[in-house]
Design a protein around this ligand. Structure first.
Ligand SMILES: *[C@@H]1O[C@H](CO)[C@@H](O)[C@H](O)[C@H]1NC(C)=O
Ligand SMILES: *[C@@H]1O[C@H](CO)[C@@H](O)[C@H](O)[C@H]1NC(C)=O
Ligand SMILES: *[C@@H]1O[C@H](CO)[C@@H](O)[C@H](O)[C@H]1NC(C)=O
Ligand SMILES: *[C@@H]1O[C@H](CO)[C@@H](O)[C@H](O)[C@H]1NC(C)=O
Ligand SMILES: *[C@@H]1O[C@H](CO)[C@@H](O)[C@H](O)[C@H]1NC(C)=O
Ligand SMILES: *[C@@H]1O[C@H](CO)[C@@H](O)[C@H](O)[C@H]1NC(C)=O
Ligand SMILES: *[C@@H]1O[C@H](CO)[C@@H](O)[C@H](O)[C@H]1NC(C)=O
Ligand SMILES: *[C@@H]1O[C@H](CO)[C@@H](O)[C@H](O)[C@H]1NC(C)=O
Ligand SMILES: *[C@@H]1O[C@H](CO)[C@@H](O)[C@H](O)[C@H]1NC(C)=O
Ligand SMILES: *[C@@H]1O[C@H](CO)[C@@H](O)[C@H](O)[C@H]1NC(C)=O
Ligand SMILES: *[C@@H]1O[C@H](CO)[C@@H](O)[C@H](O)[C@H]1NC(C)=O
Ligand SMILES: *[C@@H]1O[C@H](CO)[C@@H](O)[C@H](O)[C@H]1NC(C)=O
Length: 420
């Protein structure tokens, strides 16, 4: 009976339900202390140790308080069912000193999940609450607000393979919501994020074959960002609100390192009040300082991008933007914006409609050393408030535009958000 019900649910829910090949797997129900003063991290880690391989870990519909870091990197063939909320503490002194290295850009994290064949189901109700309001207030008081060392991501998928996350909600992430590094073959489906501040939705690094399906992201920074060595990435059926849109990069931050972003498919995206629909940011060829906020001089290319069926309401900037002049925040406002050796090529953006506040459809500030090539922009119907068509295509160092004609010269100047 139970197994036939499971089978029916599996058929109805199609690719995103999990059919249990082992109905006798050991189940660990996580016991929480039901108080902010009791750190539930040890109980959660205990459940993962007992049932994290060939078992099932179950979070009840209650709040679990997480007051310390969790590194759960050894999972194998496990179901993780989350019916409740995990709420992270706001002891900033603790987190700055204890959050764990992600392995890129000196970023750090509060929670690492890694392993193989991990199936997380949160049923559209399970929630990770990063309690970020305190972080947002605190960061505004700091001298350097960008990539503050030790400020943790809510969740890092690290060396995670052949795995899926379904129906998980994220509220008020401390910093980036989800970093995905050294991970392959992931389906991340029906994820809801509501950060009220400038924090990324998700960032991929050294990862491949990742599907983002049915994400809704309310945030202020990159909705989803694909960074160094992200390949075979699919983003589809998503809603992005208030953030910067889909970002490629920043990339080219590590001097002499060869990094690529290849085979990216974006389809059926609805935007509201985002800065861009799709944008690319690369560092210049001049190295100034070191990551997280300094760098430059990287090599490589972006290639094989298909972006189709976009619907936008109230875009705030160019729908498609490229800046190859990302540079050290502390560097003086002069420098060479066109010497990046990182090349942008084989990008097609088709079928984009809706409304915009910017007259710019495209702002393409490419490198003179490695000009943008094979860029297609076609079937665009973006209207301004007075219903005239947005019609500016601003270009610099672009070979052979396809589907459009450049209407003017692009602004050339330092930028971390695609336009200057
Ligand atoms: C915050 O964490 C620090 C360092 O771990 C600790 O010494 C301090 O007691 C904690 N503060 C509170 C209010 O829990
Ligand atoms: C930082 O953490 C380390 C190791 O966890 C600990 O030894 C040290 O006392 C902590 N420092 C502060 C200021 O909390
Ligand atoms: C997480 O745990 C794994 C396995 O114990 C270890 O190899 C890794 O270094 C840990 N990561 C961090 C950032 O502490
Ligand atoms: C990297 O982070 C550590 C703490 O997590 C910090 O001490 C160090 O200054 C950071 N490095 C840079 C270059 O910002
Ligand atoms: C998409 O995700 C939302 C949560 O953001 C959920 O309510 C909705 O049911 C999902 N849609 C589908 C078709 O799975
Ligand atoms: C996001 O969070 C803010 C702040 O709590 C709230 O006002 C807003 O309604 C939330 N948005 C959604 C779509 O849940
Ligand atoms: C990134 O990809 C390039 C090209 O495939 C490869 O040469 C390089 O080693 C990769 N870098 C890392 C850190 O994996
Ligand atoms: C685009 O979004 C607007 C506003 O949400 C909506 O009215 C319209 O139907 C959408 N169009 C498409 C093609 O999805
Ligand atoms: C802030 O950044 C500037 C420029 O990188 C650096 O000189 C300064 O030391 C930083 N301040 C702090 C408190 O980290
Ligand atoms: C920027 O660097 C490129 C490549 O070295 C060079 O061709 C170009 O003249 C430089 N531009 C400026 C303004 O210095
Ligand atoms: C141009 O780019 C598109 C989109 O990535 C790709 O399908 C096509 O093969 C490219 N053409 C050439 C000649 O490389
Ligand atoms: C519509 O608005 C744009 C941007 O403000 C302006 O440049 C253009 O002249 C306006 N067109 C008409 C017909 O009013």
């Amino acid at each position: 009976m139970a197994s036939s019900v499971l089978t029916i649910i599996a058929i109805l829910a199609c690719a995103f339900s999990f059919v249990d090949a082992n109905p006798n797997r050991k189940i660990c129900v996580v016991k929480g202390g039901q108080s902010k003063d009791i750190d539930d991290a040890p109980a959660i880690l205990h459940a993962f140790k007992e049932c994290g391989q060939h078992g099932k870990v179950l979070f009840n519909p209650q709040t679990y308080y997480v007051n310390s870091v969790m590194n759960v990197s050894w999972l194998k063939d496990v179901d993780i069912d989350i019916h409740g909320t995990l709420e992270w503490s706001t002891n900033i002194t603790y987190w700055l000193n204890n959050s764990m290295q992600v392995g890129y850009q000196n970023q750090s994290t509060a929670f690492i999940i890694g392993g193989d064949n991990v199936r997380i189901n949160a049923f559209g109700t399970g929630t990770f609450n990063g309690n970020g309001d305190d972080w947002y207030k605190w960061i505004r008081q700091q001298e350097n607000t960008s990539n503050y060392p030790g400020r943790p991501h809510a969740l890092t998928l690290s060396r995670l393979t052949n795995s899926a996350i379904h129906g998980l909600r994220f509220l008020r992430s401390q910093m980036w919501t989800m970093s995905i590094i050294h991970s392959h073959n992931l389906v991340l489906d029906s994820i809801f994020i509501n950060n009220t501040a400038n924090t990324d939705g998700a960032d991929t690094i050294y990862s491949s074959h990742v599907v983002f399906n049915n994400w809704t992201v309310y945030n202020g920074d990159d909705s989803i960002s694909l960074k160094a060595n992200s390949t075979d990435i699919t983003i589809r059926n998503c809603k992005f609100r208030n953030g910067l849109g889909i970002a490629i990069g920043s990339i080219g931050q590590y001097n002499d390192q060869f990094e690529t972003i290849e085979r990216v498919s974006v389809n059926n995206i609805d935007y509201e009040n985002t800065l861009h629909a799709f944008y690319v940011k690369t560092w210049t060829d001049d190295q100034n300082g070191y990551p997280p906020n300094g760098g430059g001089g990287g090599l490589g290319y972006l290639s094989g991008v298909e972006v189709t069926n976009l619907n936008a309401t109230g875009l705030r900037g160019a729908a498609f933007a490229v800046s190859q002049c990302t540079r050290f925040s502390g560097a003086p406002g002069v420098g060479n914006c066109t010497n990046s050796q990182f090349q942008i090529k084989n990008v097609a953006i088709k079928n984009l409609s809706g409304t915009t506040k910017s007259t710019r459809v495209a702002s393409l500030q490419c490198s003179a050393v490695a000009p943008c090539s094979n860029i297609t922009i076609a079937d665009v119907d973006l209207r301004l408030a007075n219903s005239t068509l947005a019609s500016d295509y601003l270009c610099g160092n672009l070979i052979n535009p396809m589907g459009f004609t450049c209407t003017g010269d692009v602004c050339v100047g330092g930028s971390a958000t695609g336009e200057c």
